[in-house]
Structures are given as C-alpha cells and as structure tokens.
Design a protein around this ligand. Structure first.
Ligand code: ADP
Ligand code: XUL
Length: 548
C-alpha cells in the first residue's frame, strides 16, 4: 500500500521550495523537490535577491536608506499559490497527503488589518491569491531579517526591560535590529495610524500558515524566539518585553503553540482552486529551527553550518545556555529542546560580491581556492560587504590587510577563510565541542569551500544530502506532528534518519592546514577588533605569520 505523503514548504529570502516525502512505516523518501526564485518567477514585484529596491523603504528621510530591507508579503502569497498549483499538477496522488508544515525566513513581520480575518476566511477560489491578500495588509511591505535600521528601538526596549543581559536571559537574545520586536516598535512609532489599523502582526511563518488555513494561525516557539518578545523557558510572550515594544501589542500577536500543533485543515480555497485534499496544516516555524531537523541535528554534539544568503552555525542544546557576549541566539527547537545559533549576514552575499568583482563563475571560484595556500600567506579580508550581524556592524565596510582588491584568487580565499574563522570564533559560547559539521545551503554544493570549513574547524564535514534542509525539516515536522496527532509519536532520531548525510560526502580536515588556522584565528580576531576600531593594527602580526 502506498504510504502517506507529507509536504514541507520553505519560504526563504530568495525562493520558495516545496519538498514532498512519502513515508512507509519508519522509512521516508523524497518524492518531489521543487523551487521557484522570486526575482525570476515574479519580476513584476521588482525584488533583487528577494528584497524590494530602496524606494520601498520608508526611512530615507531619517537617513536609514541602505540599512532598511523590506520585501513583499503579496509576492510570497503569489509564490505560495503558484507552488501549490505546481504540486497539484505534478501527477503525484495527493489524496495521500496527510499534513503540510512550513518554514520561513525568520524575524520578518507582516501587518494585517482588521478585515484580514474575514478576508482569510472568505478567499475566492476562482481568483488568484495575491490580489486578495493586498487588501488585508495595513503595511504593504514586510521588514525582513536583513534590515538593520532599528538601533534606536533596540536601545529603548533594552533600557525598558532592564538591560541586555535581562533581555537575553529571558528571550534568548539581546535586542537585535532585525528581530521582530524592534521592527514593530519602529512601525508603531513612525506610523501610528498604520499601527492603529493593524489587528494582527504575523511573522512570515505564521502569515503563510494563515493563508493555508484561512484564519489567523498560531506561531511556534522556534520562530517566536526570533522576536525578542518570548519568554524562552515558558514559551509564551513575555509581558515586560511586549509592553516595552509597542502599545496594545499583546492582542496583536499570534498565539504561541507547540511546533507539532495542527493549525487546521487546508482551507476550501486551496481545495477548490487546486483540487488539494483537506490535509492538516501544522504550525510553521523559522528556517533555522526547521533546518536543525532537516540537517539531522536532533541531539547535542554535532553542529550545522548553513551557507545560504546568510551563513549560520547552529546546533541543538538540551539547556538554554545564553551567549554572555550577546552575539548569538538561543531559539526554541521544534523537538521541544533549544538551539544555539550565530548568524552572519555576509554569507553568500559576500562570496558573490567577490565573485562578481572578478567576473568569476563558481568553478573559477573553486579553482581559486585550490590554487591558493591555507592561511593565504597572511592576506586577510574582513568581509562586511553589507551590514553585519556578528559582530554588529551597521555601516558596511570591507577591510583588507596585506591584500589588494585586485588579487583575484587571494580575495576568494580571503573571503572564505574569514567567514569560516569568524564562525569558529563566534560559536565558542555554545560550549559544544565541534567534531562533526553537517553543511547545508546553496554554497554547500561547493566542495572547495567545505574543505576550508573542515580545515579551519579541524572537524569532519558532511554535505547534507538535501539542498534545502529547511524544506526537508518542514516535511519531517509534518510527519512528526501527524504521528503525535495519531497518538503514536515517533522518536526524532527515527524521523530525522532521512536527513542524515551520507558517509560518502565526508570531507576530512588536513592536520597541517588546521595547524595553520589555529595560528591565524587569533590574528583574524585581532583584524576584526581593529576593523571595529577596538584594537591595534594587526599587519605586523600578519607579516610574522606569513614568514612562518
Ligand atoms: P537562501 O535559502 O538564503 O535563499 P540558498 O541556501 O538557496 O539561499 O543559497 C543560495 C546561494 O548559494 C546563492 O545565492 C549562491 O551564492 C550560492 N551558491 C550556489 N551554488 C554555489 C556554488 N557552487 N559555490 C558557491 N556558492 C554557491
Ligand atoms: C537568523 C536569520 C536568518 C534568517 C534568514 O537569525 O536572521 O538566518 O532566518 O534565513
């Protein structure tokens, strides 16, 4: 008998991916994996890498242009409509579809007006989704995780709750510009009429889940932990943070429900429009919590590194150990545990900037890594092409030490080495001994990049078997939630077996090169400190390093 099907959707910064898995007993396999790029598929919205051009941002007059980043909730809805249409037309027998779960870029917020509830319930299946979503919005754009424009609001919220350490201990993170709370505060104070017209503020995840169920859906603790608003241990909104953020905010936030909660069946809109069954929709989560599952990190000890638009290093933690330096985050994990994460905005964006500067293809990029020695002969680049999250840098600037911008191959090595060393430095706080890394994200396709990762960390690197771990994680969450609903929950290590990377993908560190990086990492730390204006010029140390 053919098994049940579970669908995972991932609405990332640049694309929407769908992954359908078929489950037979405890065995699962992927039966469909399909993506659409926002820029390419929906050029009418005018996004670049999924972000709207600066004209759509609002803060130009306040000098915020360039550090604001917004996208279009209507475009995300359009993509959801197109993708579900594509799945319905795929020829797979969808009567076996038991549950759908989703993943979305974290932190982004969507502002819905007082009519939205009725509009969600009354979607007309004869019409496309996008034009029916536009009138639900009290703010036409959604600030996303790349936005760095809320430093003032971060400071205000921090002061109101009693300081960074208090906020971090309670919510898992100190205030971050891209987190939802500071973004909400900026909207509430800069556009009080728009805020008054807002009945519900969703995160991207709960917004898309709401479109699927035709009603305001709850949010899971994993994505809610990216808001600077949730009490991490209690897994409910934390009143002091909510009150410090905006007036009457509590009633505007979605309910928080555990990651395996069924938000409702797929609404009649989707059933009538695309002929889909009334499958259960599981609450959506953030892309990082979903990737934790989709990379197979369901026990403490191993870490994942995702090389997407942003780069992140993350791993499961059984206890909420909060970063005392305030650079990392602790989120709730979809397993009911916690996850530690450090996020770098200069991920693929920085690699692409170097690639573009030299007119390189990805194979040229790989060749440049092969041609150049570990340690790059003491030539270092601090890659803040766009505002950086870790360490916090608002005004982007690229710093080069003993490196000229036109040394093509050396710049390629320098950007990748800098990213890997920064990840090693800024993940110490998780107190996890890293011996195994599961690599994922678009750039994990690049073996030469993964070799630098293995050499810097001195750890085995496995390439995740699936390109989109967040979508797979969502599909696995759908399976898990269905087993919970049936009263026979499966263990997470059974669920996540499909996500374990193959032994054949292992890339081992070279001990000699690892020794080079052990020497270079403290010097790179000094380069970062110098670039931040907090330390002496590291050039002499780099010259000594180059001579050894
Ligand atoms: P996101 O999920 O954040 O939208 P992805 O994980 O899909 O991003 O990664 C997309 C990025 O992967 C592209 O922007 C590109 O820079 C990078 N990429 C794709 N192929 C390669 C490659 N062979 N080498 C290095 N980077 C690559
Ligand atoms: C995590 C973060 C990004 C986004 C987009 O804190 O900001 O990883 O989730 O992928």
């Amino acid at each position: 008998m053919p098994g049940k099907l579970y669908l995972g959707l991932d609405s990332s910064t640049q694309s929407l991916t769908a992954m359908l898995i078929e489950v037979d007993g405890t065995n699962a396999r992927v039966v469909l994996d399909s993506s659409l790029l926002f820029d390419e598929t929906f050029p009418a919205y005018g996004t670049r890498h999924g972000v709207l051009p600066p004209a759509f941002a609002t803060g130009a007059s306040a000098g915020l242009r360039g550090i604001e980043a917004v996208s279009s909730p209507v475009m995300w809805a359009d993509a959801l409509d197109a993708m579900l249409g594509r799945i319905a037309a795929s020829g797979v027998d969808l009567t076996r579809l038991a549950a759908i779960a989703g993943s979305a870029q974290q932190h982004g917020s969507v502002y819905l007006n007082w009519d939205a509830g009725a509009r969600l319930a009354g979607l007309d299946p004869k019409q496309p989704l996008a034009p029916q979503v536009a009138p639900m919005l009290s703010r036409p754009v959604a600030p996303i995780w790349m936005d760095a424009s809320t430093s003032t609001q971060c400071a205000e919220i921090t002061a109101a709750v009693g300081g960074s350490a208090v906020l971090a201990r309670r919510t898992g993170s100190r205030a971050f510009e891209r987190f939802t709370g500071p973004q909400i505060r900026k909207f509430a104070t800069s556009d009080p009429d728009g805020y008054a017209a807002t009945e519900r503020i969703h995160l991207v995840s709960s917004f898309l889940a709401s479109l699927l169920v035709g009603a305001h859906a709850p949010i899971d603790p994993g994505d809610a932990s990216g808001a600077n608003l949730m009490d991490l241990k209690e897994r409910r909104w934390w009143p002091p943070a909510v009150e410090a953020t905006a007036p009457d905010l509590a009633g505007r936030l979605p309910a928080i429900a555990s990651s395996w909660t069924m938000a409702g069946p797929l609404s009649t809109y989707w059933q009538a429009r695309h002929g889909l069954p009334a499958a259960n929709v599981v609450v959506w989560s953030g892309d990082n919590p979903c990737s934790l599952i989709g990379v197979g990190l369901v026990r403490e000890g191993r870490v994942g590194i995702s090389l997407g638009t942003s780069d992140t290093i993350f791993g499961l933690m059984t206890e909420p150990r909060v970063d005392p330096s305030g650079t990392g985050h602790v989120f709730a994990a979809p397993t009911g545990d916690y996850m530690g994460l450090t996020c770098f905005s200069n991920g693929s964006l920085a690699r692409e900037a170097v690639q573009d500067a030299h007119g390189f293809t990805w194979s040229d990029f790989s060749r440049a890594l092969e041609m150049t020695p570990a340690g790059n002969q003491g030539r270092v680049l601090v890659p803040w092409f766009v505002p950086e999250i870790t360490p916090p840098v608002i005004e982007p600037k690229v710093h080069r030490y003993r490196l000229s911008p036109d040394e093509a191959a050396a710049n390629v090595r320098a950007v990748v080495e800098a990213q890997m060393m920064a990840m090693a430095i800024h993940s110490h706080w998780m107190s996890v001994t890293i011996d195994t890394i599961h690599a994922t994200g678009g750039a994990a396709a690049n073996t030469e990049i993964l070799q630098v990762m293995a050499d810097v960390f001195g750890a085995d690197v496995y390439r995740s078997t699936v390109a989109n771990s967040a979508a797979l994680g969502a599909a696995l969450r759908a399976w898990h939630a269905d087993t919970v609903a049936e009263g026979a929950p499966l263990a997470w290590n059974t669920i996540a077996a499909l996500a374990q990377p193959s032994a054949a993908s292992r890339i081992t560190p070279n001990p000699r090169r690892h020794a080079v990086y052990r020497e270079l990492i403290p010097i790179y730390e000094a380069c970062e400190a110098h670039a931040l204006g907090r330390g002496p010029d590291p050039t002499a140390a780099l010259e000594r390093f180059a001579r050894t």
